[in-house]
Design a protein around this ligand. Structure first.
Ligand SMILES: NC(=O)c1ccc[n+]([C@@H]2O[C@H](COP(=O)([O-])OP(=O)(O)OC[C@H]3O[C@@H](n4cnc5c(N)ncnc54)[C@H](OP(=O)(O)O)[C@@H]3O)[C@@H](O)[C@H]2O)c1
Length: 277
């Protein structure tokens, strides 16, 4: 069951600025920001890359709603941090693998704000195993979240977007780069969304909406920690000799989402320190 955006933090003792996404006041001190007054939705934004994007878009003036599957305490912490610095971000528990929850959170945001300007389809992940060793459930989860959740996010949100709208999918260099034998299905799902983005640029471009696919290489997040089990193995294969930072991914996303990014459309952009070169 999806939470409602307006009551997403009903359990917190004191409603913060972040619990009032429809007010303009909280963005006034961000007026110089390049996303001032933009309505942004980040699917999968409580932690990792998504949280980095939420932080930057909010710092640059957007009114951000983000979803998460289970990380309630991280979502609350993120809301508080952003509210304390004068930004606006509201977390809503909604699982991207559940079509009705994706539909509901988007419809509610559109009804509340009247439109959606920026959509980031970031929710995703994968299980690293040989295809022969993956369970039915592990395969279905990757397909459900990475492909269907991304598709649903795009098709339910774009009817609420107007000229200047931006759709950004967080794919992966794993779409085309296979340095090991344990990322085939994950890579397949990221290849599928790269194709979706390319195709839909023809559909959305004439409406003044761009759609792009950011493909990170290894980035230091809770899902793929630089000091985790794959850390040393991956670092050896990255020409710059380190994992990416979530702030580096967020910075690229913010540029694509800005007015200056308007000629980037239908692209899959690698940001990987040369990992896939
Ligand atoms: N980190 C990397 O090296 C890397 C590289 C290439 C691409 N990517 C892609 O970047 C995206 C983010 O990865 P990350 O490393 O930042 O992952 P992460 O640390 O696990 O964070 C993922 C965020 O998305 C949320 N999420 C996951 N599944 C969800 C679902 N079914 N419904 C709603 N929210 C969901 C999580 O919420 P909960 O915590 O509540 O589950 C969390 O807030 C993914 O699409 C991933 O494939 C990551």
């Amino acid at each position: 069951m999806t939470q409602h955006i307006t009551t997403a933090r009903a359990t917190t003792a004191q409603p913060s600025t972040a619990a009032q996404p429809s007010t303009k006041d909280s963005t006034e001190n961000q007026a110089a920001g390049r996303h001032a007054d933009k309505v942004a939705l980040v699917m999968g934004g409580a932690r990792g890359i998504g949280a980095g994007i939420v932080r930057l878009l909010a710092a640059e003036g957007a009114r951000v709603t983000f979803t998460y599957a289970s990380a309630t305490s991280e979502a609350e912490e993120l809301e508080k941090t952003i509210a304390a610095s004068g930004g606006t971000a509201v977390g809503v528990k909604a699982n991207s693998s559940d079509r009705s929850q994706v539909r509901e959170v988007i419809a509610e945001l559109a009804a509340l704000q009247g439109r959606i300007d920026i959509v980031i389809a970031n929710a995703g992940g994968g299980t690293k195993k040989l295809v022969a060793e993956l369970s039915d459930e592990e395969i279905d989860r990757m397909i459900d979240v990475n492909i269907r959740g991304t598709l649903d996010t795009i098709r339910f949100s774009t009817p609420h977007m107007r000229r200047g709208g931006r759709v950004i999918v967080i794919g992966s260099v794993s779409a085309t780069h296979f340095p090991d034998d344990i990322t085939s299905i994950y890579g397949m799902t990221k290849g599928a969304v790269a194709s979706l983005v390319r195709g839909m640029s023809r559909e959305l471009g004439p409406r003044g909406i761009t759609i792009n696919n950011v493909q990170p290489g290894p980035v230091d997040t809770p899902a793929n920690p630089a000091d985790g089990p794959f850390g040393d193995m991956l670092r050896e294969t990255i020409p710059v000799g380190r994992f990416g930072k979530v702030t580096e991914i967020a910075s690229l996303v913010s540029h694509i989402a800005s007015e200056d990014g308007g000629y980037i459309n239908g692209a899959s952009l690698d940001i990987d320190g040369g990992y896939s070169a």
